[in-house]
Design a protein around this ligand. Structure first.
Ligand code: ZN
Length: 142
């Protein structure tokens, strides 16, 4: 599965935030780049632990997410026939859903005062459970 670093918790909402690590301005540090749209340093996180730490510190974070071309094409309206989804696409889709829950959790970092005891992602003060584990729970086969 191909994973590409993407800016995951930009909260500066510049319309033109490219959100792609590859397009950010390089710095002396291999794991820091500068987003010229948001005027923020973006930190490349190799693992979820450092993504969580940076998100809590209020930093822009780039982490590897499953890349779009691997996902099955989406249909709008009624498809002419049942789309065929390959195993690789199904796997990519699963990862893509999980990725989006992780990104949600990272965005909640600034409203969080605790971390999930199972996955370590931040939980917003108003939530009982975390996005990431909730998603895993929902998808568990019954
Ligand atoms: Zn969790």
């Amino acid at each position: 599965m191909k994973m590409e670093p993407q800016v995951t918790n930009c909260s500066h909402r510049a319309q033109s935030c490219p959100r792609q690590w590859a397009t950010l301005k390089e710095t002396e540090s291999a794991i820091e780049r500068f987003c010229e749209s948001c005027s923020q340093t973006v930190y490349l996180c190799e693992d979820e632990g450092s993504a969580i730490t940076h998100a809590i510190a209020g930093h822009c974070v780039a982490m590897s997410l499953v890349s779009e071309p691997e996902l099955p094409a989406m249909w709008l309206g009624t498809p002419p026939k049942v789309p065929v989804i390959t195993d690789a696409q199904r796997e990519a889709l699963k990862q893509h859903h999980l990725d989006s829950e992780k990104v949600r959790a990272l965005k909640d970092a600034k409203y969080s005062n605790r971390l999930c005891e199972y996955c370590g992602f931040p939980i917003a003060t108003w939530r009982k459970t975390c996005w990431v584990c909730d998603a895993a729970e929902r998808r568990r086969p019954t």
